[in-house]
Write a protein of this length. Structure first.
Length: 271
């Protein structure tokens, strides 16, 4: 299990395969295991790095002084430096895309390509932001994601028609229910506030290289709907692909489709 100490805390990542490097950056409340189908496929021809966000998976707590998604982007660059990776294709889903754009804007010379999945870099709509912040306050006060809160939070990540008895749904619910109070208060809640309190990067999307950027979104993504994906793709000037029969964690709801799109994109960036 490789770790690197960044800003005084252990960041956990996996590093599998050889070839041009691909960095997988996942969703809030999920660890690197969410990329299992993509890691298995991509690592056949590429060096695949997948990291655990602070307080998620095996990573240590959110480092003191981490105040914004720009800090998270800087920490990811420190990981690439540690691994001696000069250039990478960055695939960021949800918060991974939010800080991925910041990495792309601050260090464009480090990227071969950028895939923004089920994400949005505008500000969080105010009613949604206030709603999420009220949930964070409840979690902080109780030190647990209570069952009635799980009933609200878990469905957000999936397409409306998913079977709530499916392993994908139940495993995620069980993981959230098991999060210890200290981890919730020290890392998960602050990371949530950083994510949903982010500043607006829409005006800067035109600075990205359209030819090496792709936007992907589940066609039934509720928290980050296709309208947001299309808006970003238009501002960037790049293609927008909708994943059929998929919600927010589109890479797990329709893994075959997503993996196919990623393989095509990465091959074109690394020819």
């Amino acid at each position: 299990m490789p770790f690197v100490t960044i800003d005084g805390q252990p960041l956990h990542y996996i590093d599998q395969g050889t070839g041009p490097a691909v960095l997988l950056a996942g969703s809030y409340l999920w660890d690197q295991a969410m990329w299992a189908p993509q890691i298995a496929a991509l690592s056949q021809q590429y060096r695949v790095i997948a990291l655990d966000l602070w307080g998620h998976g095996e990573s240590g707590p959110l480092p003191a002084g981490t105040a914004s998604l720009d800090d998270v982007a800087r920490q990811a660059l420190a990981l690439l430096d540690h691994l001696d990776i000069a250039r990478v294709t960055l695939i960021g889903l949800s918060v991974g895309g939010m800080w991925g754009v910041r990495l792309a804007l601050s260090a464009p010379q480090r990227l071969n390509g950028l895939v923004l999945m089920d994400t949005y870099v505008g500000v969080e709509p105010e009613p949604t932001r206030q709603y999420y912040f009220s949930l964070f306050k409840m979690i902080e006060e109780t030190g647990v994601i209570a069952p009635q809160l799980l009933d609200i939070v878990v469905p957000i990540f999936f397409r409306p028609g998913i079977d709530p008895q499916s392993a994908l749904y139940q495993d995620f619910r069980a993981k959230l229910a098991a999060l210890p109070p200290q981890r919730l208060r020290e890392s998960i809640v602050p990371m949530g506030r950083i994510t949903f309190g982010r500043d607006d990067l829409l005006p800067r999307l035109g600075e990205l290289d359209a030819a090496s950027t792709l936007v992907i979104c589940g066609d039934q993504d509720k928290p980050r709907p296709p309208s947001e994906a299309r808006e970003m793709a238009e501002l960037i000037g790049c293609e927008c692909v909708l994943v059929p029969e998929a919600g927010h964690i589109s890479n797990l709801e329709n893994p075959g489709f997503v993996t196919g799109e990623l393989l095509k994109f990465i091959a074109a960036r690394n020819h």
